[in-house]
Design a protein around this ligand. Structure first.
Ligand SMILES: C[S@@+](CC[C@H](N)C(=O)[O-])C[C@H]1O[C@@H](n2cnc3c(N)ncnc32)[C@H](O)[C@@H]1O
Length: 268
């Protein structure tokens, strides 16, 4: 009956979704309510209350951006760079998940790195509440506010890995997104301004002051926006690099703060 109800509502993966709903519901009444919410068009993750991200079960509350599979590519690059940035124990890698949404990227980064000092921030109160639950296991702190504004000042010049999956859909195209995103994710999580790069530009302009020498900024963008995003990163003084995954249809721009030149001793 559940499969039939979901199929009738247009769910393409009705069988798989049914298994997840049955496994998550604690009572038949809860299952019936969940099936109805899904049939009404709520994203599956909002109905379940969680999403799988890089093998982790991440809490996702209603009104919070659902982490996308393609963002696992950004995560993979961040993990690789974080491992290279690792210093001798007990010094942690300092990581910040800006525009954190549910905190999925930060939580997965912390799970993959051995020692990490994790900070995250978002402007949406619902996202901040949700992220607090997800990054708690890693001892991470989550702050509410505009981009870098709520971060502790002591992080300036200390961040090794700065991940920012900013909103990057051009304003005019938000209306073309699937209804699940358009109707159930906040516009602030999707809309990146006229060309989709407004938030990326703001993050990039401020990043050099927050990154440690040799630290990396990683932002997700679209293939179409990559060239302009690279120019923006280069203008900020960071060294840009583009990483692409054909499998996940993902494009990530990495901006690296040049390492400080070694001090030169002049002998008299
Ligand atoms: C595309 S979602 C990404 C969420 C999460 N990083 C992920 O990958 O699942 C973008 C997030 O940026 C947040 N955001 C948008 N503008 C912001 C701003 N000015 N300051 C802080 N967060 C912002 C939104 O609330 C949303 O949670």
């Amino acid at each position: 009956m559940v499969i039939a109800r979901l199929r009738a509502a247009g769910c393409v993966f009705a069988e798989d979704e049914t298994e997840l709903l049955i496994a998550t519901a604690r009572t038949p009444a809860e299952l019936a309510a969940m099936v109805e919410r899904r049939a009404l068009g709520l994203p599956l993750e909002h109905v379940l209350g969680w999403a799988e991200f890089s093998g982790l079960r991440v809490a996702v509350d209603p009104g919070v951006f659902v982490p996308r599979r393609r963002t696992e590519f950004l995560l993979g690059r961040a993990v690789a760079l974080g491992r290279r940035a690792a210093r001798p124990a007990p010094a942690p890698v300092v990581a910040v998940d800006l525009c954190c949404g549910s905190g999925a990227v930060g939580a997965a980064l912390a799970a993959a790195l051995e020692r990490v000092e994790l900070h995250a921030s978002d402007i949406e109160p619902a996202a901040v509440r949700c992220a607090r639950r997800n990054v708690a296991a890693a001892g991470g702190e989550v702050y509410e506010g505009d981009l870098f504004a709520p971060l502790p000042a002591a992080l300036r010049g200390r961040i090794d890995i700065l991940v920012a999956n900013v909103p990057y859909v051009p304003s005019e195209e938000v209306g073309l997104l699937p209804a699940e995103a358009r109707e159930h994710e906040p516009r602030v999580a999707l809309d990146g301004g006229a060309d989709g790069l407004d938030v990326l530009r703001r993050v990039t302009a401020a990043a050099p002051q927050w990154l440690a020498p040799g630290g990396h900024l990683l932002v997700e963008t679209s293939e179409r926006q990559a060239e302009r995003a690279v120019e923006t990163v280069a203008r900020s003084g960071l060294v840009p690099q583009v990483a692409v995954s054909d499998e996940l249809h993902a494009t990530v721009i990495i901006g690296t703060r040049p390492a400080e030149p070694a001090a030169v001793t002049v002998e008299e």
